[in-house]
Design a protein around this ligand. Structure first.
Ligand code: TYD
Length: 206
């Protein structure tokens, strides 16, 4: 593969996307692909400092400030990690990316979606994921899976999480070619098989 692929994993907290990302990475590596797994916020370096603030800062954080911190992390992540890997022909599997900002800061916090889309574009210099896997789960199950040890974002409340979920589903409706929705109530193995099917259909059309 000359130029790599960029695949993002999205969904509410506790939806199981990280497990699926790791399973796909393992499968691809076993089949000879060169893979990079990464995440937002906070892949490494400066990003880990931003992650610490975003998830653990216990003072007041305005919604605009929160958005800019996620976007700052994204700009650094895309420029220093994602783009070099894609240009080196790797398959980049990324845990959360642009759709998280629209779902959480847009639908969740109520920030204008068009502004956020513009800022996402600026942060990524227009690079878009080739494929996005959205793991959909009802809010009750998702909060049960998160448990009691909640970070700053997970503590935003049920109503917030419901708005985020609705946001994701709206995004999937508006970009059905890029965003594929999977039902996270299925077993880990069932979901993994569905991920492989989506990946193989996608790579045939590339
Ligand atoms: P993380 O511990 O990585 O959660 P998860 O395992 O569910 O991915 O925390 C990331 C949190 O940050 C998560 O609650 C979603 C939130 N987030 C945003 O609100 N906006 C964003 O742009 C991104 C990337 C994440």
């Amino acid at each position: 593969m000359e130029k790599g692929l960029f695949i993002t994993f999205e969904g509410c907290d506790g939806c199981g996307k990280t497990t699926q990302l790791e399973l796909l990475a393992q499968y691809l590596q076993e089949h000879g692909y060169s893979v990079l797994t990464t995440r937002e916020p906070g892949a490494k370096g400066l990003g880990t400092k931003l992650r610490e603030i975003l998830l653990n800062y216990d003072g007041e954080v305005s919604s605009n400030c929160e958005s800019f911190l996620f976007l700052a992390d994204r700009a650094q992540h895309i420029d220093t990690i994602v783009k070099p890997a894609i240009n080196a022909g790797k398959i980049v599997l990324c845990d959360r990316h642009i759709d998280s900002t629209i779902a959480y800061q847009g639908y969740g916090r109520g920030i204008d979606h068009e502004h956020l889309a513009y800022l996402n574009d600026l942060a990524t210099s227009g690079l878009k994921p080739d494929l996005t896997l959205l793991f959909d789960v009802d809010t009750e199950t998702s909060m049960q899976r998160v448990g009691k040890n909640k970070d700053r974002m997970e503590s935003a409340g049920i109503e917030f999480q419901e708005k985020v979920r609705r946001g994701y589903l709206e995004l999937a409706k508006s970009e059905p070619n890029r965003i594929k929705v999977l039902d996270s109530r299925k077993s880990i193995e069932q979901l993994h098989q569905e991920v492989l099917t989506i990946f193989s259909c996608f790579s045939k059309t590339e």
